[in-house]
Design a protein around this ligand. Structure first.
Ligand SMILES: [Zn+2]
Length: 295
């Protein structure tokens, strides 16, 4: 979820239309947000080496292809499973060859179609240990948006990940970086990809935006939230990489770096000036949030 959607989520019921589906004997109510870019189809493309973009206009989904099958990170909303499948196939890969499923955060806008993708592919779901419970209950125990049932179809994890655990498939290895705050188990990934010219260190970043309007120091559902955000901000600033992308296209200005039909150009995602600037702003928001409680 992205910060500017929070108000939409918290609006009264009248403004919050819901779609209801039955999944795993639970009612899933996916909030309908006023952001068409989340569901808008987007042309899939190759980012760098064996890393591809298969998400929507704003909700990023990443495909990492290997000779032994593929890794999918994030799905977008519930209805995006068909878009992702079409994107994977348009790139010339088989959807059923997806073997590993990952997410950057257990919110419905990144996990909405995960249960469906898992069912269709039989892939193994791996999740940060602190997001496992929310994954299993479809978001109903989420500290910020929980309490009103599932907002995405629950997914049973097959492997629990801890900070710096690695995921290897067909010669590609990702390291999971525990970056809590946005959700208790939000995380980023670091991996090396290569093409015929170069090896690139890629960061798939979950930017630590603040989603709760509650005081950090009176949040019984997440007492360690302030310390977690502080830790995440500090560790993200220290990361070293060649290219970076994120959970939302808007967070790394994807649409200025890449236009549909552009030729393969990993360099478009290089540099960290904008990354550092984003983190500086998020640090300021965090500092303001923490200072506010003292008044
Ligand atoms: Zn989120």
């Amino acid at each position: 979820m992205f910060t500017n959607t929070l108000k939409n989520i918290l609006l009264p019921a009248a403004a919050l239309a819901v779609t209801t589906t039955i999944a795993q004997a639970q009612t899933v109510k996916e909030p309908v947000v006023d952001n068409p870019e989340w569901a808008q189809p987007y042309q899939p493309y190759r980012i760098a080496g064996n890393l591809y973009y298969v998400g929507t206009y704003d909700l990023c989904a990443y495909l990492i292809t290997t000779p032994q099958g593929h890794i999918l990170i994030n799905t977008g909303l519930a209805a995006s499973d068909t878009l992702i499948k079409a994107g994977v196939e348009k790139l010339g890969f088989a959807f059923k060859d997806i073997k590993v499923l990952l997410t950057t955060q257990a919110h419905y806008d990144h996990l909405g179609a995960m249960a469906s993708v898992k069912k269709q592919t039989g892939a193994r779901m791996m999740v940060d240990y602190k997001d496992a419970a929310v994954l299993k209950d479809g978001g109903s125990s989420d500290y910020a948006f929980g309490g009103d049932g599932s907002s995405f179809a629950p997914v049973q994890p097959d492997r629990i990940l801890h900070d710096k655990d690695t995921i290897s498939l067909g010669g590609t290895t990702l390291a999971m970086l525990h970056h809590p705050g946005h959700t208790k188990g939000s995380c980023s990934y670091l991996l090396n990809v290569k093409d015929q010219h170069k090896t690139w260190r890629v960061l798939i970043a979950n930017m630590p935006t603040i989603v709760t309007e509650k005081d950090f120091h009176h949040l019984d559902a997440y007492p360690e939230i302030a310390a977690d955000y502080a830790y995440t901000l500090k560790s993200m600033k220290a990361l070293r990489f060649d290219l970076w992308v994120s959970s939302h296209a808007s967070q790394f200005d994807m649409h200025t770096k890449h236009k549909p039909g552009d030729a393969y150009n990993p360099q478009a995602f290089s540099g960290r000036k904008d990354y550092d600037e984003r983190l500086r702003k998020l640090q300021a928001e965090y500092d303001k949030k923490v200072a506010g409680k003292k008044q």
